[in-house]
Design a protein around this ligand. Structure first.
Ligand code: PMP
Length: 360
């Protein structure tokens, strides 16, 4: 079977070149006679793989030396708990911005560890916009301000970086990291699950400013303690080695495409192609405020929900997979991460046009 255009929100499509290289090297990584999966994480070969992956990731986002980059396990959701455990630093309150499903989950988890002040929320309009910073009610003694910079399900994205003064800014950037340039120096901490723009699931990357380390709650498990992991070069225990290797291949691929600034242009063009068609179609709709629309996750509805089943079936027959929306919102969603080529988005638009015409 030939490969399809896969619009899954995550685990999501990876660059074909990356998968082919992994296939080529699967049984014998560069003359070692073994698979990366079979190597000691402390041996010289995997050490080289890990160092190269971290260095390339740092290069791609121009991460300064006063930040640690950790390749950990536990997923994005694990970080919902690990962020407060690690960086409350004795404080008892944190500010959260609620822009949808993943923010809401992060808030629920944080409440196990501290008082949460929801400083702004877009729940009043069903999470269809990003509340402007002028409306935020930040508290003075918050340990940090948390936001989800791209809501994967709702399809709302921060196109700007909040200003939080001396209070560290935290971002769940799981679903748009490496898709656009980012001034890391504006953040105290950024985390991202790998299974969208980085590699396979089983890996989460944490970028944390050094001055936030050293104050984890004493009950924090050692493998989830950023300070201990930073001291151990994120090898306190066995990392998710094959996922790290694949992430490394993706970073090389991204560098070969010109890096983050270059892919951002492509991503902007892909998103424009799809949103412009949706808005002009009269058959499909997207409810998100135009300035806050995600370039990565494009939810849309058909004029009539009764057509959803046949839409999905015919899309599948045209090699367009996983367009169903999240179970919590219904409708459709096209996730168009870095690995989705412009041709894939064009094929989707062509199909949507044909389908709308066919339905009259
Ligand atoms: N945050 C965001 C923005 C996500 O999209 C997801 C998963 N899709 C998560 C957190 C949770 O990630 P995980 O399943 O890796 O725990």
């Amino acid at each position: 079977m030939s490969r399809v255009y896969n619009f899954s929100a995550g685990p999501a499509a990876l660059p074909e070149q990356v998968l082919r290289q992994a296939q080529e090297e699967l049984l014998d990584w560069r003359g070692t006679g073994m698979s990366v999966m079979e190597m000691s994480h402390r041996g010289k070969h995997f050490t080289e793989i890990a160092h190269t992956a971290e260095r390339d990731f740092r290069d791609l986002l121009a991460v300064a030396d006063n930040y640690k980059v950790l390749f950990l396990q536990g997923g994005g959701m694990g970080e919902f708990a690990l962020v407060p455990m690690n960086i409350l630093r004795g404080k008892t309150q944190a500010d959260y911005i609620n822009t949808g499903y993943w923010s809401t989950r992060a808030i629920a988890e944080a409440k196990k560890y501290c008082a949460v002040n929801v400083a702004a929320s877009s729940e009043d309009k069903n999470f269809t916009y990003i509340p402007p910073q002028s409306s935020w009610k930040l508290s003075r003694d918050a340990a940090y301000v948390h936001h989800c910079s791209n809501e994967t399900i709702g399809g709302v994205e921060f196109g700007w970086i909040p200003e939080t003064g001396a209070v560290p800014l935290v971002a769940d950037a799981s679903s748009h990291i490496l898709s656009r340039t980012l001034d890391v120096s504006k953040f105290g901490l950024i985390y991202a699950g790998a299974q969208k723009n980085i590699g396979p699931s089983g890996l989460v990357i944490v970028i944390v400013r050094e001055d936030l380390l050293g104050g984890a709650m004493s009950v924090t498990p050692s493998v989830f303690d950023y300070t201990q992991q930073a001291k151990a070069g994120w090898m306190l225990n066995t990392p998710s080695t094959f996922a790290v290797y694949l992430a490394g291949l993706t970073f090389k691929w991204l560098k070969s495409r010109g890096g983050v600034a270059a892919i951002e242009q492509v991503n902007a063009a892909k998103a424009k192609l799809l949103y412009d068609y949706i808005d002009a179609s009269g058959f499909y709709s997207n409810p998100i405020a135009i300035s806050d629309r995600s370039r990565m996750n494009v939810p849309f509805r058909l004029r009539n929900d009764a057509l959803n089943g046949v839409f999905l079936k015919e899309a599948e027959a045209r090699g367009l997979a996983n367009l169903n929306g999240h179970r919590s919102v219904g409708g459709m969603r096209a996730s168009i991460y870095n690995a989705m080529p412009v041709d894939g988005v064009q094929a989707l638009v062509d199909f949507m046009q044909d389908f709308a015409k066919q339905q009259g």
